[in-house]
Write a protein that binds this ligand. Sequence first.
Ligand SMILES: Cc1ncc(C[n+]2csc(CCOP(=O)(O)OP(=O)(O)O)c2C)c(N)n1
Ligand SMILES: [Mg+2]
Length: 606
Amino acid sequence: MSTREVPPRETRLVDVGKIDTAAVERPIPSGSNAAGFGSDVVAEVLRDLDIPYIALNPGASYRGLHDSLVNHISNARPQMLLCLHEESAVAIAHGYAKVTGKAMAAAVHSNVGLFHASMAIFNAWCDRMPVIILGATGPVDAAQRRPWIDWIHTAADQGAIIRNYTKWDDQPASPAAAREALLRASWLCNSSPQGPVYINLDADMQEAVLEKPLPPIEARRYMPPVVSAAPADQIAKAAEWLRTAKHAVILAGRVSRDVTAWQHRVAVAEAIGAYVCTTPKVGAAFPTDHPSHLDAPQPFTKDELTPHLRDADVILSLDWVDLNGTLRSLGGPPAGKVIQISLDHQLHNGWSMDYQGLPPIDLFIAADPDVAIAALAQALGPAASKPKGPPRPLHQPTGGKSTLGIEDLAHALRNAIGQRDVTLTHLPLSWQGSFWHFRHPLDFIGSDGGGGVGGGPGISVGAALALKGSGRLAVGICGDGDFLMSVTALWTAVHYRIPLLVVVANNRSFYNDEVHQERMAILRNRPVDNKWIGQKMLDPEIDMAGLARAQGARGFGPITRHDELATALVQAAAAVENGEVAVVDVRIEPGYGARDVGAVSHRKSG
Ligand SMILES: Cc1ncc(C[n+]2csc(CCOP(=O)(O)OP(=O)(O)O)c2C)c(N)n1
Ligand SMILES: [Mg+2]
């Protein structure tokens, strides 16, 4: 129970930016601080691991742990973040990891909470992001179960629900085993290649009186840093190929938010005069306004890249997502040599096909791309001369229409943001790479990973949490379908004073799938005009700003006119700078660029 009154609304609107997230829910002191129960040990390990937050939705299966977090470690490191849905809890942790590169925790109730969380766990898995998920079950000892409820919420192998898309899971049977499991979980999920892990805590184990204190251990010693460096001979070979290449292409994929690694990528590209391609599937990997950057980042292979891949004598992939899919645009294996730097093969399993097609590779360097690029930058040395050329111009709306399109939204947002440092925490399906330049690894943190619609709001809240106090404005742009699936993630941001701007690219439809229905109708010679049925969210139209206001956020819109759009975005950005959560509902006309083309044309029948 919170002992702190939530300030009345008028006060909160003024004070919200000045209130520390940690101050929102402070427990009264609980007396003795000695660990007395199994779950106290679990809470202590989380504290020793220095995990800042645990996003959760409560449940009786972990009432022991809940009590330990509040009354044994005083709701501090980790601090609880109450979420209104388990999918949001995991998505928030996912967004936090996308910014920091580190795992925070999420806790979900027995099997039912885990079922809700599973979509977000799959997104984090495909995005190779670390999250420590704590769950609970039981009592495993059937003799201790309460009738009915404990039985329906106990499963023989609960980890099976998410085992195929987590890096590791465990169900420790004692506090000592739980401590070891948490150390292993943290170590595994934070080591490259990263991914979510799950620890399932037996209710009885949590609630049992601790017979004697566990002998203290030094947690750090059980989590040795894992550095996956490339062998020197492989770096020398790659450097030789790249140095002598006349036409090198770098596909900059899954890399970290580290600024030094970013500079190394730029140095390597400049040293060999390579062309560089990036993708919005993952976070910003290379300055998009650099003269070496090819085309605008797009999720599917664009025409401009294909001739470069065809002419390339060396293609260097830095853990590019779906290398085979990109090379397929050539119609056969590339003539040039392919170097792949990746650790991703370590995660491939027989269940999830997110490993993609098997690409042809001439030199495989099993290393962390950040570590290997540093070695390559050193081997190649500085560039003889800097590449020249004007930065690629950003897309400008053609104008002349009274209605709004996604390009008008992007243009008005650019103007409203001005010179501020911004992190784009999410982008809608209709977004074009030519709308925005990325000049820093935190300018954009990539997409949801698993293509699970509904990730946008939670990921944005988690990213905004990690960015709070950094001077960067967190801006999530969500499709209306995406926004509506997880809109209640915003309450967590409002409640814990996490400033965030959400712009809803609202075309009143699950429009991506209208495009699919149009495709079907054309292929089957049936009426295209029926494509909206079962897709459009009309009659009634949904009041997005109202949904924001209902949760204590500022709501703007519906915005339908150009002049209203500019004003609303300026006001919303100012509100966020003042510490608030703001949502701007922008009514755009449906319209698609690269994404729908990719979505329909890559099928055999299409
Ligand atoms: C969890 C989930 N459900 C359904 C889909 C199928 N799907 C892909 S895109 C899309 C439409 C998303 O709508 P919105 O966010 O409004 O974007 P729009 O296509 O309208 O720009 C749907 C339903 C999905 N990918 N994930
Ligand atoms: Mg939509």
